[in-house]
Design a binder for this molecule. Structure first.
Ligand code: GDP
Ligand code: GDP
Length: 437
């Protein structure tokens, strides 16, 4: 199920990124440190009172050399298009500016809930300063302080109160949901069209009840059901959509969330770009199955080393995706396209794999015998027991005497041992460490 989206809008310097970081909390830095995922700070998962959502800082969307007013206009439009709730941030220090009024006027056009926040109200005595902001005509302003963390709770309470009713996922759990993600022009639509043409399939496009998604269902020869989740931008192109690559990333994130398996499509002609790494990083972090598809393979002059060299580059650029299979295809010659459904199916099965505790614990015992657990000041990390607690992605809990002592490198070692023993090709796995009570 796609999570609700909150978008932050407002002119520069009002404190958008400060508030973004405050809401997202530690999450980004932890993820960055551990997995080496490349990402920017404009889009992140977040949580408030147990409700998960995605947060966009539209101020971080790079709209190139557009004039200032156009930039904030586009940002507001993106927010109105993408978000379920919009938080419009202003700043008590500057009072109401022309730019604020401009943003407000654009936001009048949306039916979506808009919450007006006045930032930099750093202490309760300053609350009187919010009164000017009533004139923006967007209801009661929320006084907040991003740097002091004041008022953010009330703001988020209001925001989650406006989330739409949760929709049930419309497909059976046995149906494999996948999406193709990649920069514009890498050949996503061409691959899909060729794939759907190849399969002896029953194809049906369903206008999803979920926002504006258009899903395509098909069945392979063995009767496995697939749903291709459209990356919206592929079929719905407009001025704003094309004006920025960053924006197409955001659309892709929605599709990633609803997918079991994500095909990260690269263009063989252009090699690997920063943008590719970001979307792939999101898929990894969301715990989705990942397949790297190198398209336009027909355009290269190949020799014995072409595949090897390309694979080596991918492995070094996408270090955290060491588990992802790589497929070289051409939507034009149809080379290897018929392999894709089979690989998607395999990865999806691996995502759902459950390992028996007894077998898992044997593997852990062997691992510990081979490479003893770390010690600190004469104390040794002790592993008591491990068990798989979830699938999609497979998630393991390791019970220990002191979780602090489970270093990243040791956890990575255990992950590698688990991967060596069981087939988790294409899926991230998670290892959580808990103290045995
Ligand atoms: P953005 O351009 O809207 O993303 O704004 P930033 O988050 O980069 O913040 C702009 C400046 O305002 C930075 O120097 C922040 O440290 C400062 N700032 C942000 N929030 C607050 C706040 O609540 N109180 C005060 N006094 N300064 C703040
Ligand atoms: P999308 O924006 O990722 O959906 O990309 P499209 O499917 O629209 O393809 C962009 C361009 O690349 C089109 O002109 C396609 O004809 C071309 N293209 C797509 N796949 C291939 C391929 O495998 N080989 C070659 N040579 N061209 C391709």
């Amino acid at each position: 199920m796609a999570k609700p989206v909150i978008a932050i809008v407002g002119r520069p310097n009002v404190g958008k990124s400060t508030i973004f970081n405050r809401i997202v909390g530690e999450r980004i830095s932890i993820v960055e440190d551990i997995s080496g995922v490349t990402r920017d700070r404009i889009y992140s998962q977040a949580e408030w009172l147990g409700k998960e959502f995605n947060l966009i800082d539209t101020g971080g969307i790079d709209l190139g050399d557009e004039p200032f007013l156009d930039q904030i206009k586009y940002q507001a439009e993106i927010a109105m298009e993408e978000a379920d709730v919009i938080i419009f941030i202003t700043n008590s220090r500057d009072s109401v500016t022309d730019a604020d009024e401009n943003v407000a006027k654009i936001l009048y056009r949306t039916k979506k809930p808009v919450l007006l926040a006045v930032n930099k109200v750093d202490n309760p005595d300053m609350r009187a300063e919010i009164f000017d902001f009533y004139t923006l005509g967007l209801g009661e302003p929320y006084p907040i302080s991003g740097s002091h963390g004041l008022g953010i709770g009330d703001l988020l309470d209001a925001a989650i109160g406006h989330f739409p009713e949760e929709e049930e996922e419309e497909y059976d759990d046995s149906v494999i949901k996948f999406s193709l993600i990649g920069r514009p022009n890498v050949g996503k639509s061409s691959i899909i069209n060729a794939m759907l043409g190849e399969e002896r399939v029953i194809v049906s496009s369903v206008a999803g009840t979920t926002r504006d998604a258009i899903d395509t269902q098909f069945t392979d020869n063995e009767g496995t059901e697939f749903v291709m989740i459209d990356t919206a931008g592929m079929r719905k192109r407009g001025k704003v959509y094309e004006s920025t690559e960053k924006y197409s990333v955001m659309r892709a994130l929605r599709a990633i969330e609803r997918s079991d398996v994500v095909l990260v499509v690269l263009n063989a002609e252009e090699g690997i770009r920063e943008q590719d790494k970001k979307v792939a990083g999101y898929a990894h972090e969301a715990g989705k199955g990942v397949i790297i598809v190198v398209n336009k393979w027909d355009t290269l002059d190949k020799d014995n080393n072409t595949v090897k060299d390309f694979e080596r580059d991918i492995r070094s650029e996408f270090a955290y995706l060491s588990y992802a299979p790589i497929v070289f295809v051409s939507a034009v010659t149809k080379q290897r396209l018929n392999k894709l459904p089979e690989i998607i199916k395999r990865v999806s099965e691996n995502q759902r794999l459950r390992i028996q505790s007894s077998v898992l614990n044997d593997v852990i015992l062997d691992a510990v015998a081979m490479n003893p657990t770390p010690t600190d000041k004469g104390k040794r990390l002790r592993i008591f027991y491990a068990t798989q607690v979830a699938i999609k992605p497979p998630t393991f809990v390791v019970f220990v005497n002191d979780p602090e002592m489970m270093h990243f490198s040791y956890s990575r070692f255990l992950e590698n041992r688990i991967r060596d023993t069981f087939v988790f090709e294409g899926t991230p796995i998670r290892i959580l460490t808990r103290q045995r009570k």
